[in-house]
Design a protein around this ligand. Structure first.
Ligand code: 5GP
Length: 207
């Protein structure tokens, strides 16, 4: 068989579920590459342009939308976020998996554009646990925590559109499960080869 293309892996889930930590651990595998998104939000302390995100102005972001440079883009918490298409396509062609840490709206757009993408949803153990984690971060005031919990519930309602879910009770178990999903998906017989094989079979029975 010709060289395998990589897998496009979408990781979504409400903020505070540990999605970032799961992605960071998956990236320790050299076959997994991270897709650096473009955003209009300001960098947080310690974030580096080109590493966590490409931080751009709204004008630049809109120019990229018009040029058709995004695989998907969405407004999240009042800022624009988008996945640059070229990098994703190049890495997949080279046989690398590409990990997208994006919200559910983005995940659904990716599924439409590339139905072969694998969508994994990360759930918190419970909403009360999520509340504890958000409060524990100390980065959001009470009003914002309530807003994030409301948004979390809206995201969770769309879980039926995803291929897999995992509950982040324990980070090591969550990462192990995500790795197993990627491994199994990489071993899947591609849909594209099935009709080719059927043609050979038909030819053989016609003889
Ligand atoms: P943060 O600003 O905290 O880094 O990310 C906020 C949310 O935006 C997270 O849920 C993250 O997964 C999502 N996000 C990051 N990059 C993208 C992107 O390119 N597209 C979409 N749709 N969501 C993104």
């Amino acid at each position: 068989m010709s060289r395998k293309k990589g897998k496009l892996i979408v990781i979504s889930g409400p903020s505070g579920t540990g999605k970032g930590t799961v992605c960071a651990q998956l990236l320790e595998d050299k076959m997994n590459d991270f897709s650096v998104s473009m955003t209009t939000r300001s960098p947080r302390e310690g974030e580096v342009h080109g590493r966590e995100y490409y931080f751009v102005t709204r004008e630049e972001f809109e120019r990229n939308i018009e040029a058709g440079n995004f695989l998907e883009h969405a407004t999240v918490f009042d800022n624009l976020y988008g996945t640059p298409k070229d990098m994703v396509v190049n890495r997949l062609e080279r046989g690398h998996n590409v990990i997208l840490d994006i919200d559910v709206q983005g995940g659904l757009q990716v599924k439409k554009a590339m139905p072969e993408a694998v969508l994994i949803f990360i759930l918190p153990p419970s909403l009360s646990e999520l509340r504890k984690r958000l409060e524990g971060r100390g980065t959001e005031d009470a009003e914002k925590v309530e807003k994030r919990l409301g948004e979390a519930l809206n995201e969770i309602k769309l879980i039926g559109e995803y291929d897999y879910y995992l509950v982040n009770n324990d980070i090591d178990e969550a990462v192990a499960l995500a790795r197993s999903i990627i491994a199994a998906e990489s071993a899947r017989v591609p849909e594209a080869v099935k009709p080719i094989i059927r043609e050979y079979e038909n030819e053989n029975t016609e003889k």
